[in-house]
Every structure is written in C-alpha cells, then in structure tokens.
Design a protein around this ligand. Structure first.
Ligand code: FAD
Ligand code: SF4
Ligand code: SF4
Length: 417
C-alpha cells in the first residue's frame, strides 16, 4: 500500500501518524512550520490535567522517532492533490530552512548573528536572532533561518561559527511529487482576528491581549519566563478581566461557539490565581459552556475568592492612555444595567477559525472541512470544528481508520469525529 499523507503536524496529525505507523502503514507527515506540535506546544499548560504541553508531546515524539515508517516533511505545503482513493498524487512545496539535519542545536551561531526578527512563536513579544530555534522543546530539535531577516551570503558569520557544516545559505525551494494512498487533513485552527471586533479595541493598548497571547505570557518558555507581567510596563497586574465570546456567537463575526474558549479562560483564571494570589480576576460571559471533565474547573474557580464570574456581554474595552487602567463596560444581566470597571489587563477569549488554505474542495461556509471532502481525503481535529485535545485525538484515530480503507466510505462513522 502507498503511504498515507497527513497534512498538519499538530496533536491531531501527529496522533494519526503514530497510530497509522504502529499499525504497519507508511506515513508522510507534512507540516508548514519547521517544527511539530501546532497550537498545543504554544500553551502554558493544558486542561484537564494542567500539565505542560512538552510532557504530552514528548511521548508522541518518542513514538515518532522510533518508527521508521513515518517520513517527516517540515516547512512544506501541499500544492495539489489528484487521483482516486488508493492511487493519489500529491505535489508539495518544501521551503528552505537554510539549516540541515546536521544541526545539533548547540547555539554557537546565535552569538555571531547580527540580525534580529520579531519572535513569531511568542506572537511578537520579544525578538530572536535571524538564526533561531523556534522554542526550547521544538521537534525536530534544530535551528532555522528566517530568510526575510537574514543578511544572506554576504554576512555568513553563522556559517563560519558552525562546526557541523549545518548551514546552507544558498538552499532553494523544492517541489516534491508523492504517490499516496489517501490524505488526512489535520490543519487545525488559528485565532479570529481580534482587530476586527471594533468595540474591544485590541490595538488600543498592549495590555489588551488575546487568549493565545496570554498562554505565551504565562509560559515558562515565554517572554516573562513564567512571571506574568503587563506588556506595556512589565508591572505585575493587580486585576485581569477575561472577555468571553470575543468574536464568537456574534452574527457580525463568527456565528458559532468556539467550544474551547470558556474552558481556556477558566484555566487562565486558575493559572493567574496560582501565580498571583493577590490579583483580582473577573470573567465576563454570556453563558459558560464547559462540559465533561472541564466542569471541575468551574467548581474550582467558584471556590477562589479572587475570581468573580460576571454574567453579561462586554460592550466595550477602552484604553485611556499610558499608565491608566483599561475600562471594561458590560451589561450586568443580574443588576439589569450597564457597568464600567477598571482593569490592569484584559484578555479577549478570541474564537477559533480554520487554518487551512488548502487547494481542496469540501469546506463549509465557515471554512471548516466537512465529511463530504473529495474521495480519499479525511479531515480530523480542529480542521473539522473547534474541539479540545482529547476530542482531537479521538478524531485523529477515526480519520486514520478511514484513511487505511477508503473502500469503507459507505460505512457512516462520522458521528465518531
Ligand atoms: C486559548 C486556547 C487554549 C486552549 N487550551 C486547551 C487546553 O488547555 N486543553 C485542550 O484540550 N485544548 C485546548 N485548546 C484547544 C487546542 O488548542 C486544540 O484542541 C488543538 O490545538 C487541536 O489540535 P489540531 O492538531 O487539530 O490543530 P493545531 O494545533 O492547530 O495544529 C494544526 C497544525 O497544522 C499545521 N498546518 C496548518 N495548515 C497547514 C498547511 N496548509 N500545510 C501544512 N501544515 C499546516 C499547523 O502549522 C499546525 O502545526 C485551547 C484553545 C485555545 C484557543
Ligand atoms: S546551525 Fe550549527 S552552530 Fe547553529 S545551532 Fe546548529 S549546529 Fe550549532
Ligand atoms: S548569514 Fe544570516 S543568519 Fe547567518 S549570521 Fe548572517 S544574518 Fe545571521
């Protein structure tokens, strides 16, 4: 049997890859970034157990490393896929990383590189050198060069500093054609554009951040190295507001519920109360959608005196200038009136939108993949709809079964996804 192509190396794609490979199938795992893990590796910790993502991912990386059936293509994107299940052809573009597999991540090149770039992994909080390792637990463990930031062959300081002959400044984009059996789409999600939500004024202050940025601000591998600080002045926030449904369940933005942002904000509130017990935390919500094992969070949050839950939609967030508190105006449903309260930081629980951009048909009106994709193409995880890690893992296993046997298309197992 030809290999199964998996597009997207987040938790969904990696799970599908190891499950298939351990069942004896050849797999090609395609990832557009230089490293695996998708959005999960950017998190401070993850529910329900609140363990650091590095632990969970490390188990998968070990399974992946020890299985020669998995071919990993990072920095790669699908250009086209044609053919019928069992007999498909995929054309892939591999972008240059300028650093080859001889890299040992020793870091000698960092000291000599004169160029810097915005730290994309940390959403622009801080800078890295033009040659960098995306984050300390990146897999594969090697450096890369940002071609847009690098001064090029006229500089070559890193080449001279590297004892392993790992840097190839002249590397070029390549095209690869693969014959594959079937395709799993695990391209996941990205954050809804917070600047589009007018009243919430995301751009008005560096202290108004999105929920994904907040993950990095909390993280030990983030800009604050585990100490939460206000981006504007580095001070410890004495109050933090969480604005739920920022863009979600709103017919002007995303009409659907993004499913995980209530649990994510409860997690963040607990994180803050553990890091900074004196900080006052308020969550503003329409209704809190927390199900299954995450209901425990709600109970834990309710027991924390520093956390208040406020039923009411936030109408506006205002920034009054440097050093001044942010003002959050919301409709207090219980009191039946509008109220405005000051906060040091505001976290927008921004919704999830699909991150696909693939040359494939079969997405719904919101861009999520559907179960009516072209034959032989099986979507999984957040490419299908917003879902948590545990649901993504189940969805990956379900897609893996379908991808092995395209002939089983007649059997409706879509409810398992
Ligand atoms: C603020 C926040 C906090 C969260 N916290 C938790 C939590 O604590 N616990 C929990 O269970 N869930 C949490 N979630 C949900 C969790 O992030 C998702 O369940 C998980 O990321 C889904 O994994 P995925 O692999 O489907 O998608 P992703 O993590 O998005 O991975 C998709 C991968 O595909 C790659 N890709 C995309 N397009 C292409 C392409 N065209 N070609 C090649 N590669 C591509 C991406 O680079 C990425 O590596 C949270 C979500 C948010 C918004
Ligand atoms: S590119 Fe060379 S110098 Fe830089 S981290 Fe890799 S092995 Fe070390
Ligand atoms: S060649 Fe590019 S990456 Fe290497 S040292 Fe110069 S600027 Fe940095």
């Amino acid at each position: 049997m030809r290999p199964i192509l998996i597009i997207g190396g987040g938790i969904t794609g990696v799970t599908a890859a190891v499950e298939l490979a351990e069942a004896g199938k050849e797999v090609v795992l395609l990832e557009k970034e230089s490293h695996l893990g998708g959005n999960v590796v950017k998190m401070h910790n993850y529910f329900p157990k609140l363990c650091p993502p590095a632990c969970g991912m490390e188990i998968n990386y070990r399974r992946l490393r020890s299985n020669s059936r998995i071919k990993l293509l990072t920095h790669s994107e699908l250009r086209s896929v044609t053919g019928a299940p069992g007999n498909m052809e995929a054309v892939i573009t591999r972008k240059p990383m300028y650093v080859n597999d001889r890299c040992t991540a020793c870091g000698d090149c960092l000291e000599v590189c004169p160029e810097t770039r915005s730290d994309a992994f940390n959403y622009g909080f801080g800078h890295t050198k033009a040659i960098f390792q995306p984050h300390p637990f990146a897999y594969p463990r090697k450096y890369e060069i940002d071609g847009a930031a690098c001064a090029g062959p006229s500089c070559s300081k890193c080449v001279a500093a590297c004892s392993y002959d790992a840097i190839q400044l002249e590397a070029k984009e390549e095209e690869v054609t693969l014959e594959v059996h079937s395709v799993i789409v695990a391209t996941g999600w990205k954050n809804y554009d917070a600047t589009a939500i007018e009243g919430l004024n995301y751009n008005a202050s560096p202290d108004i951040v999105t929920n994904v940025e907040f993950e990095r601000l909390l993280s030990v591998s983030g800009p604050g190295k585990g100490k939460l600080a206000r981006p504007s002045d580095g001070k410890t926030p004495s109050s933090v507001a969480f604005v739920q449904c920022a863009g979600s369940r709103d017919r002007n933005h995303l009409h659907y519920c993004s499913a995980v942002c209530c649990s994510a904000s409860l997690k963040h509130a607990l994180n803050v109360s553990e890091l900074l017990p004196e900080t006052k935390i308020s969550i503003f919500y329409i209704d809190l959608r927390v199900t299954g094992r995450n209901e425990d969070f709600l109970e834990r949050v309710k027991q924390k005196p520093a956390i208040t839950l406020n039923k009411g939609k936030v109408a506006a967030v205002k920034a009054n200038g440097e050093g001044e508190a942010l003002q959050v105006t919301y409709e207090n449903i219980e009191a039946g009136k509008k109220e405005t309260r000051p906060f040091d930081m505001v976290v927008l629980a921004t919704g999830l939108v699909p991150e696909n951009g693939l040359p494939l048909q079969g997405a719904d009106e919101d861009g999520f993949m559907t179960t009516t994709m072209p034959p032989g193409v099986y979507p999984a995880g957040c490419a299908l709809r917003p879902m948590d890690v545990s649901a993504s893992v189940k969805s990956a296993a379900s897609a893996a079964v379908k991808a092995i046997k395209p002939s089983s298309l007649g059997i409706d197992i879509s409810a398992e996804q």
